[in-house]
Design a protein around this ligand. Structure first.
Ligand code: BGC
Length: 736
């Protein structure tokens, strides 16, 4: 990002933030049409029962034999409004990859026939390193939500990838707080640009699926503030989400949704968050404790062990266990957010969606997220006159893989394949199936090269696949890693016999291109045998076309890894995930603290398979003339030159590390730039000083030491790049 753009964004963010944080208690005169004033008037007019209604959510679809609430559209959540005052009902839908339609059975959805654009995974969007793409994805989801009559989207997953095995890694934006904050913040800004409220979630340290409802995340406060919470802090500043969803797990011994330190001390006090906190589905465990800790709305009470708000909260308010003023604050925060987001004044009206136009946006995003990991002898891009292509594996004749769980979207082109585990009742079968989204990569490849013979083998017979590969001019081999919310991967290896298949095919044909469709990192024991590897993640409903675009050079690969690909699990902080204890509370010790991913690798001097930030292009880029200035923060500039033969996009990354070795390097900014062959450009960044600071717990502020920093411009986190030293003035910073 250019320094000017950074400064503009910072200014507009701060200005908007000041507006957003002005509350009823502010001494400044209030416009009586302001969201604060209007929300305050409503709070004064509401009865106790009405207030309780506004803080108590229901499942928005038929659930466990209970029909959906009257008026709800059929989705994850519903909160009744107060028609006599014009307070709208909240029609709440998942989620981060598009508007979902919860399954009832394998063939039935909550809203029959209702489809939505399935965007690439959040991991893929993070791999674009492109704030504008993230915004475009958010705006698309917001527009589709609105067109379907929804006024709240459960988007904004921003948990850091601490576990390479994490089952929801595809929903998460990688391992770096700055990249996560920018990408998710921009996505939320995009959603809310459509007059639809968005969440940011899951607050906090919801970084694995094993024991997800109960585990206790053990991490020091300073480390937490400098990692997962920093991602939230930056994402909230940029995206200004209407709501924060508190997580299932415990943090420091307390459930996240009744954790007053997280919800009140940090979120609402230190960060001055003006919106409301709603619970994850089934994450509430108490009434007075949760309400007093800062939970403002119980979501989908049917998911909790019993309803904790509703009548129970009413009793707690009557008895004084929850102060009436606290209930008023809960209601005020919800109503103020609704008014500020525009859902009161410009209600969502169902309209038609232009899915063809949205498919193009999804294709551009998916292509921008594809990371070229290896390309020996310039095998890619393929020539359109290639004689024959053998496509193998990954159900590439049916569709592209998608991630399972609450974010699973029912796409416009339908499913090419649904793989269902045997023996499950209908609803469980629907939730636990693996869905491949049509159209297929095979069809996209055939469409791209109509003059070429393109054959397909499913790869189950490895010997036959290798024999056929020998005869083909080129092989494109698809490999998949199906993962879903609710369960972590058991190993970092590709499942089934895919590694053996790739090895055999790679040995049979030296022109083998591997296309990965994975949630996050996987091992590649066959890497030496395969000249080209593309990571396409879960690329969404336009994924097949995006993959073909990269294979044939219609677009240049421009993605960079948002997550480290370790060479083995032993390189990670927890090589084996803690097994669930027979009794008591399972806990996860985050021994890496804030040294997540590439910082952990740097601390241990290990060499990953592929480092954070890594990604090739069809051309090459070189850096020169690094200029670094200190002062209040670090300003860094460098010249990037396209030294290859094709036009391409580079992500110029700037890292900083304390020169005294007390602390690992961290990403402090980047610029994405498009250059023609031979073209050079000077690019630069201004670091957010919090990225240079340690969190001082006693002062509850960020403390920037006056020590020198080594600043590096590099192609990825492990690249030595070019370095220079500078000094930053010592300072102490609160959240702006
Ligand atoms: C997930 C949330 C989701 C909610 C509603 C939960 O299981 O953790 O991300 O928004 O369900 O579907």
């Amino acid at each position: 990002m250019s320094p000017t753009l950074f400064r503009m964004l910072l200014r507009s963010t701060v200005a908007a933030w000041l507006l957003a944080t002005s509350t009823a208690s502010s001494a400044a005169p209030q416009d009586d049409r302001s969201p604060d004033a209007r929300a305050r008037r409503w709070v004064a007019e509401l009865t106790l029962d009405e207030k309780i209604g506004l803080v108590t959510g229901r499942v928005g679809a038929d659930y466990n034999g209970t029909p959906k609430p009257v008026g709800s559209l059929g989705s994850a959540g519903y909160v009744a409004g107060v028609p006599r005052l014009g307070i709208p009902a909240l029609q709440i839908t998942d989620a981060g990859l598009g508007v979902t339609n919860p399954p009832v059975t394998l063939t039935q959805r909550s809203r029959e026939g209702d489809v939505a654009t399935a965007l690439p995974s959040v991991m893929s969007t993070a791999a674009t390193w492109d704030p504008q793409r993230a915004y475009a994805n958010g705006a698309l989801m917001g527009a589709e939500a609105r067109a379907k009559g929804f006024n709240m989207l459960l988007a904004g997953s921003i948990n850091l990838v601490r576990e390479p095995l994490g089952g929801r890694n595809f929903e998460y934006p990688g391992e770096d707080p700055l990249l996560a904050g920018v990408i998710v913040g921009e996505t939320i800004r995009g959603v809310q640009s459509q007059g639809v409220m968005s969440t940011i979630k899951h607050f906090a340290i919801n970084d694995q699926e094993t024991d997800r409802f109960v585990y206790d995340a053990r991490i020091g406060e300073g480390a937490m503030r400098e990692s997962d919470l920093l991602a939230f802090e930056l994402g909230i500043e940029r995206g200004r989400p209407s709501a924060v969803m508190c997580a299932y797990n415990r943090v420091g011994g307390e459930y996240a949704c009744e954790n007053s330190h997280l919800l009140t001390d940090i979120l609402k006090t230190d960060w001055k968050f003006p919106g409301f906190v709603l619970s994850d589905w089934g994450a509430v465990h108490s009434t007075a404790k949760a309400a007093n800790a800062g939970l403002d709305q119980e979501s989908a009470l049917e998911f909790d062990s019993r309803p904790f708000f509703g009548d129970a909260l009413k009793q707690a308010v009557r008895s004084g266990a929850v102060p009436a003023a606290r209930l008023d604050d809960m209601v005020f925060r919800i109503l103020r957010s609704e008014i500020a987001a525009g859902v009161v004044d410009t209600p969502a009206v169902p309209t038609a969606i232009d899915f063809s136009a949205h498919a193009i946006v999804a294709q551009q995003s998916a292509a921008a997220g594809i990371v070229l990991l290896k390309n020996d002898r310039g095998l890619l891009p393929l020539s359109s006159t290639v004689r024959s292509i053998l496509v193998i594996g990954g159900h590439a004749d049916k569709g592209v893989l998608s991630g399972g769980g609450s974010s699973q979207v029912t796409p416009p082109g339908g499913y090419g394949l649904v793989e269902t585990p045997p023996g499950l009742p209908p609803a469980a079968a629907a939730w636990r199936s693996t869905y491949y989204l049509a159209p297929s990569p095979l069809a996209a490849i055939r469409a791209a090269v109509p003059g070429t013979t393109v054959k397909y083998l499913d790869g189950t017979d490895i010997v036959a696949a290798a024999a056929a590969a020998k005869k083909a001019a080129v092989v494109v081999l698809f490999a998949v890693q199906p993962l879903a919310e609710g369960a972590d991967a058991k190993t970092l290896s590709l499942p089934d016999a895919q590694d053996a298949l790739i090895q055999a095919v790679g040995e049979a044909n030296r022109k083998t291109i591997v296309v990965l469709e994975t949630a996050g990192p996987v091992l590649m024991p066959w890497l030496a045998k395969t000249p080209s590897v593309l990571e396409s993640w879960y690329p969404g409903s336009s994924g097949a076309a995006a993959i073909a675009d990269i294979l044939f050079g219609v677009r240049s690969p421009q993605g960079r890894l948002p997550v480290t690909f370790p060479a083995s699990l032993s390189q990670t902080p927890r090589p084996a995930m803690a097994a669930s204890p027979a009794s008591g509370v399972p806990s996860v010790a985050y021994i890496e603290g804030s040294d997540v991913g590439y910082r952990w690798q740097a601390r241990h001097h290990t060499r990953p398979l592929f480092s954070f930030g890594f990604g090739l292009s069809f051309t090459r880029f070189a850096y020169s003339r690094l200029v670094v200035r200190g002062g209040d923060t670090i300003h860094a500039e460098a010249t990037v030159s396209n030294t290859g033969k094709r036009e391409g996009m580079d992500v110029v990354q700037f890292y900083a590390a304390p020169a005294n070795g007390k602390g690992m390097k961290r990403l402090i900014g980047w610029t994405k730039v498009s250059l023609k062959p031979g073209e050079s450009r000077s690019v630069g960044i201004d670091a957010d000083p919090r990225l240079l600071a340690a969190y001082d717990m006693a002062a509850r502020r960020w403390s920037v030491p006056g020590d020198p920093f080594i600043v590096t411009v590099a192609h990825d986190a492990a690249d030595i790049g070019l370095s220079a030293m500078t000094r930053v003035a010592p300072s102490s910073i609160a959240t702006p």
